[in-house]
Design a protein around this ligand. Sequence first.
Ligand SMILES: O=C(O)C(=O)C[C@]1(C(=O)O)C=C[C@@H](O)C=C1
Length: 134
Amino acid sequence: MSDTQSASTQDAQPDGPHSGDYDPQASSLTGEVDQSVMDELLAVRGSIDNIDATLVYLLAERFKATQRVGHLKAVHKLPAGDPGREAAQINRLRRLAEDAQLDPAFAEKFLNFIISEVIRHHQAISRSHASGDS
Ligand SMILES: O=C(O)C(=O)C[C@]1(C(=O)O)C=C[C@@H](O)C=C1
């Protein structure tokens, strides 16, 4: 931080250029709980906000990668889904989840949720490729 930049200026947009209207203190609990409880809650929520921002960036990177796969599959007329690959991914993620003390059923559901969206994107890419759009 430079000498002229105050802490409050730096804290104004910690999440990037589009977080201007984000209020990290927004809560329906304001005035309902002791300030000390609120302070602790807000401190933990700061970490949650950082984790959520990371998730968004990670998902954006993942979708960039799967978009390349979608184009490759469209060009070579390959099916959108690959059940053999998915089974291996689910197996792996379930084991990673167990190691990380995360519910493996949740990890599987989350991966399936993402993959179903990826397959939808693949199908859209394939349609626009077949119609000569790309
Ligand atoms: O690896 C692929 O073939 C993909 O299309 C990517 C992906 C994924 O999102 O990980 C999506 C669909 C397939 O069924 C398997 C995996």
